[in-house]
Design a protein around this ligand. Sequence first.
Ligand SMILES: [Zn+2]
Ligand SMILES: [Zn+2]
Length: 106
Amino acid sequence: MSPTEQLRYKNMEDFGYGPNVMKKTKVCPKCRKMVNTRFRSCPDCGEQLSSETLFDYYKRQHKCCPECDTVLASDSLYCPHCGKQILQKVVGYQENNPQGGRNNET
Ligand SMILES: [Zn+2]
Ligand SMILES: [Zn+2]
């Protein structure tokens, strides 16, 4: 990572957003406090925290680029960050295997 990029990420973290921050953040289900992922339970109310980070949650709610995890508009056809073409069903990787899926007699 170049120094400029590092600085950019640093700035984003200072402002409290960006994927790096979200990956290091969990939200307490009880008091909604933002908690660093190194905590297993909420330092405020003691509630047990799941292993799901804010980023995981965000990714579930939004369409994300499979390549670089950039959050996309729901109608995006290409990732604005890496240019990856976005297939229609990006949200939630389905268990269907891409090869043998369509072997019905239709
Ligand atoms: Zn809490
Ligand atoms: Zn991308």
